[in-house]
Design a protein around this ligand. Structure first.
Ligand code: SF4
Length: 611
C-alpha cells in the first residue's frame, strides 16, 4: 500500500486518501506514506469522495479491500480461511427500504418476493462476507454463525428419486455440423461464465476436436458483463479466428438476461440459425439501488431475445432457483444451465467429455455433476423436476382482491396489537369503500379503497420495539433461517434502538449493538408487553419516532376522510395517488424520517391540486 501511494505521489497526485476496513493499521505506518495522505474507515467513502472532488488537481482514493472474486478464489484454494459468519435478512422485519443496498452497493442483496410484498435477501453464494450491509439502519439483519447451507433435493429419499429421474433421461439427438460450431456464453463476472467456456473447450479437446475461447470482460469484477466466444471444430484449420462473426452464433447460453439481451450479445444471433438457452433469474441492476421497487425487466429482456431469433428458438429456466433448491446454493447455477442447453442439443460435445472436464476442473466436482444433470432434467422433463422439488411456498404479493387484502391485514393487526385495532382498520376501509362506490357507481374498480387497505394497515402496524421483538421471538426467524440453512450454531441480532444508539450528524446510528441469543427471552417478554403500546405506561411511546408514527397514521386517515365527500370520477385518480403516497415510507430511523418528509412534501403538492 505505501508503495502504491508513493508511486501516485511521484506521478504528481496532489492528495491521497486511503480507505480500509482497518484504517488504524495504515495510520500506524503513516510515515511510510506521502505527507498529505489521510486514512479513513471505508464507511467514510461518500464523505471522502465529496472532499476529494472539491480539491483542485489530481487526487487519488485507495480502497484497501480484497476483491470479492479474488477472496472467493483464495478461500477455494485454501489460501484464506472461510468466514463462518453470514448475514441473513429476516424477511418479516425487512421493509425493502434499500438502505442495505445503498450502503454496501452489494450485488448479493437480491429482491425476495413474499406474501407481504417485495423484501430483500442475501444470496449466500454471491456474498463476499465483508458485512458492509450490516451498517444499514435496520433491525432486520442478523448474523448466523456456523451455518450450513441446506441441500434440499440431495438429501435422503429426495436424492434417490432425483437419481432415478436423471437415470431415465434420454440422450439428445445427435448433432449434425460440419463447419465450426459457434457458441456464445453471456453472463456476469464472478459467476463462472469464463469457466463454462473453458469446460466446453476442454470437453471438445478431450474428444479430439479443436476449440478456441475468446473472453470479453467489460469489467473484470463481480457483476460486470462477460461474453465468451467458444468455437468448436473437427480440425484446427477450420478455426481461422477466435471471435464469432456477426450473426454467426449457432447457440447462446444466456446466463444473465441483461448481458444476453445486450447489443454486444444480440449481434451474434440470427433468426433461423441461433438457439438460446436463457436463465430467467433476475440479477438486480443499478436501478434496484436507486429504486427499491424497480422492475428488473426479465420479461422484456427475454422478449428482446425472442424478437431477434423467434420464440421457438428460445428455451428458458430459472437456473439459480433450481440450483439453490437442489443444491442449497447458486454457485452451480451456470453449470446447471449448461446441462439445460446440452440436453437441448446446443452444446455439441459428449456427456462423458463434459463429465471429465468437470472432474479436471477439480472444483465442487460432485455438485457440478449433479447441477449438470439437473439442468438436463429441467430441459427434458421439467414436470418431473417440479414434482421432485415440491411446491414452492405460495407467494402472493401485498395486493390481490380487496377482500383478501383487508382480511390479511385485519388478521395481522390483531396479532400486531389487538382485535380493537383490527376493527378500527376494517371499519375505516369500509367507510372509504362506501364513499368510493357512491362516487363511481356500482361495479367500478375500487382502486382508492385498495390503496387505503394496503397503506393504512402498514402505517398502523409500524415496526416499533414491540413488533420487532415479536418478530424475533415468535419462531419466524428460526423458520426463515431453517429454510436456507440445515444447521447453525448461533444467531446474533444487530440493533440500533433509539433509546440506546445515538445518531451522528448524518442521522445514522453511531454504532449498532450486537446481542447474542440470550436476548431472545427478553424479546419474548417485550413482545407480550405490547398491550402497553401507545398507553401512558409505554416506555417507548414518548420517543419522537413513535409519536411521529402515530401522528402519521392519524394524519393519513384524516387526509383520506377529507377527500371522501368531494370524491368523483374526475378527481378519483388524484385521490388514488394521495392514498398511495405511504408506499415510499419504509425503513427505520433516519431512512424512514426522510421518507416521511418526502411523502409530506408530495402530499402537500397533490393536496393543493385537489378539487
Ligand atoms: S429493511 Fe431496508 S435495510 Fe433492512 S434489510 Fe430490508 S431493505 Fe435492507
Amino acid at each position: 500500500m505505501p508503495q502504491i501511494a508513493r508511486q501516485l505521489e511521484a506521478e504528481g497526485v496532489a492528495r491521497i486518501a486511503v480507505l480500509a476496513e482497518d484504517a488504524e493499521r495504515w495510520r500506524g505506518q503513516a510515515d511510510e506514506f506521502p505527507p498529505r495522505t489521510s486514512f479513513h474507515s471505508r464507511k467514510e467513502l461518500d464523505a471522502v469522495q465529496r472532499e476529494l472532488r472539491a480539491m483542485p488537481g489530481v487526487t487519488a482514493l485507495i480502497y484497501d479491500q480484497v476483491c470479492a472474486t479474488e477472496q472467493r478464489r483464495r478461500v477455494k484454494r485454501g489460501h484464506a480461511a472461510a468466514r463462518t459468519r453470514r448475514v441473513f435478512i429476516h424477511p418479516e422485519a425487512c421493509e425493502n427500504c434499500g438502505d442495505c443496498t445503498a450502503l454496501s452497493n452489494c450485488v448479493a442483496i437480491r429482491p425476495l418476493a413474499t406474501a407481504l410484498g417485495r423484501k430483500r435477501q442475501i444470496d449466500q453464494t454471491v456474498c463476499n462476507q465483508d458485512y458492509a450491509c450490516l451498517d444499514a439502519y435496520c433491525p432486520a439483519m442478523v448474523t448466523v454463525e456456523g451455518g450450513d447451507l441446506r441441500r434440499k433435493a440431495t438429501a435422503g429419499a429426495g436424492s434417490d428419486a432425483l437419481s432415478d429421474a436423471i437415470g431415465r433421461l434420454p440422450e439428445p439427438a445427435p448433432w449434425r455440423w460440419a463447419g465450426p460450431y459457434d457458441l456464445v456464453i453471456a453472463g456476469v463476472g464472478g459467476t463462472g461464465v469464463i469457466t463454462l467456456g473453458a469446460l466446453v473447450a476442454t470437453a471438445a479437446h478431450l474428444e479430439g476436436k479443436s476449440a478456441s475461447v475468446l473472453d470479453f470482460m467489460g469489467f473484470a469484477q463481480k457483476g460486470g458483463s462477460v461474453i465468451a466466444f467458444v468455437r468448436l471444430a473437427e480440425r484446427a484449420e477450420l478455426l481461422n479466428q477466435a471471435r464469432i462473426d456477426t450473426q454467426q452464433a449457432d447457440a447462446m447460453i444466456a446466463c444473465d438476461l441483461v448481458v444476453g439481451a445486450s447489443p454486444e450479445a444480440l449481434q451474434s444471433l440470427t433468426r433461423g440459425r441461433t438457439r438460446v438457452a436463457a436463465n430467467l433469474h433476475q440479477i438486480p441492476t443499478a436501478a434496484f439501488v436507486a429504486d427499491a421497487d424497480a422492475d428488473l425487466h426479465a420479461a422484456g429482456l427475454l422478449a428482446k431475445i425472442r424478437h431477434a431469433i423467434g420464440s421457438e428458438a428460445v428455451a428458458s429456466c430459472d437456473a439459480q432457483d433450481l440450483a439453490s433448491r437442489v443444491l442449497g446454493d447458486t454457485i452451480t447455477a451456470n453449470v446447471l444451465l449448461l446441462g439445460f442447453a446440452w440436453q437441448l442439443g446446443m452444446v455439441p460435445v459428449g456427456r462423458a467429455a463434459i463429465a471429465r472436464a468437470l472432474a479436471l476442473n477439480a472444483v465442487e466436482v460432485e455438485a457440478n455433476q449433479l447441477a449438470f444433470s439437473c439442468g438436463r432434467l429441467a430441459a427434458a422433463d421439467p414436470q418431473a423436476l417440479r414434482e421432485l422439488l415440491g411446491a414452492q411456498p405460495a407467494q402472493e404479493d401485498e395486493g390481490g382482491e380487496l377482500g383478501a387484502i383487508v382480511g390479511r391485514a385485519s388478521r395481522r393487526l390483531a396479532v400486531y396489537q389487538d382485535a380493537r385495532l383490527s376493527r378500527r382498520y376494517a371499519g375505516f376501509v369500509a367507510q372509504v369503500q362506501a364513499a368510493e362506490q357512491r362516487a363511481l357507481g356500482a361495479g367500478a374498480a375500487l382502486e382508492l379503497t385498495r390503496q387505503v387497505a394496503i397503506h393504512y394497515a402498514r402505517l398502523l402496524a409500524c415496526k416499533d420495539e414491540y413488533e420487532i421483538a415479536r418478530m424475533y421471538s415468535d419462531g419466524s426467524l428460526e423458520r426463515a433461517i431453517g429454510a436456507q440453512f440445515s444447521a447453525w450454531k448461533s444467531v446474533r441480532y444487530h440493533f440500533a434502538p433509539e433509546f440506546l444508539a445515538r445518531e451522528g450528524a448524518d442521522g445514522r446510528p453511531l454504532r449498532k449493538f450486537a446481542f447474542g441469543q440470550w436476548l431472545r427471552p427478553a424479546l419474548g417478554l417485550l413482545a407480550r408487553a405490547r398491550f402497553m403500546r401507545a398507553t401512558p405506561l409505554d416506555p417507548f411511546g414518548w420517543s419522537a419516532a413513535r409519536r411521529a408514527e402515530r401522528a402519521l397514521a392519524a394524519e393519513y386517515a384524516a387526509a383520506i376522510e377529507r377527500l371522501l365527500p368531494g370524491l368523483n370520477a374526475g378527481n378519483h385518480a388524484n385521490a388514488v395517488r394521495i392514498a398511495a403516497l405511504p408506499a415510499g415510507v419504509r425503513g427505520f430511523g433516519s431512512v424512514r424520517r426522510d421518507a416521511i418528509e418526502r411523502m409530506k412534501v408530495e402530499a402537500h403538492r397533490l393536496g393543493a391540486n385537489w378539487r
